[in-house]
Design a protein around this ligand. Sequence first.
Ligand SMILES: C[S@@+](CC[C@H](N)C(=O)[O-])C[C@H]1O[C@@H](n2cnc3c(N)ncnc32)[C@H](O)[C@@H]1O
Length: 271
Amino acid sequence: MTLYLSRRLRFDDLFFKEYKDLFDIDPKKSLKILEIGCGPGALAEALHRWYPNAEITGIDRDTKFIEFARKNVEGVTFMEGDATKLPFEDESFDITISNTVQEHIEPSAFWGEQKRVLKSGGKCICLSARKGIRCLAECLEKTEIENSFWEAQPGFEEELERFQVCQYPMTEAEIPASMEQFGFVDVSTGYAVINLTPDDPHHSKELGEAMIEADRQCALEAVFTTHSDSYEKVIEAINQKYDKRLKLYRDGIAQWDTSVSLTMVISGFRA
Ligand SMILES: C[S@@+](CC[C@H](N)C(=O)[O-])C[C@H]1O[C@@H](n2cnc3c(N)ncnc32)[C@H](O)[C@@H]1O
């Protein structure tokens, strides 16, 4: 749910202008699009809204994500499966797309399988989250309760190791080079900038509140994933902070806190 909420914000229609030219997908065509590692389905859901004539399939190896996506996202076919052994015939899709998945999958399998299922001239689009900007409201600064909770937890590196994620990180130069190395042609790059600033008057009240709530869910989820059995106090502290932030927002007392994400979009074609 946390991933879905935060991704749904980043793929809100308000931000379509950021992706439109980079995706360069003709909305009139009835294309077959495959999303690799679709997670809870927020990008697939946006693709269905933006390209209603396309037939969209999302695949992920995580059973719970696929169950969630099937329950919450309409108009998309979701399947459980492995991106390194895609259960599709050769040359069956016009476009393959993924968001923050490349770093988790061995490159020859990640690119090779997409190349295999793409039709000749088909396009592979890879979205990769890069470092963004984060500036917290004063009322959201970490409390002492949170600091001591986190000090008692195992390090982030150990967690990555434990879950075997992010084994193949690449720089902004390495991703397009890797795509070329595995045979894609006419590779190009671009960046989508998503500005999540609740107090920005361009955003509706509903969207502003959704930004604060998605942030709250992320903070809570981070605590739940620690397997600690004494998190009641820290949960209470987090909720108090976000209740305060929400009240300031509703009272029109601007904090101008912001979270700007930078997504690299790399495209290449199957010859
Ligand atoms: C960081 S999450 C991104 C999820 C989704 N794309 C999003 O942006 O919300 C990475 C996803 O890749 C999936 N994944 C990792 N390795 C995979 C593999 N070999 N086959 C299929 N899915 C995989 C994970 O299950 C997870 O859902």
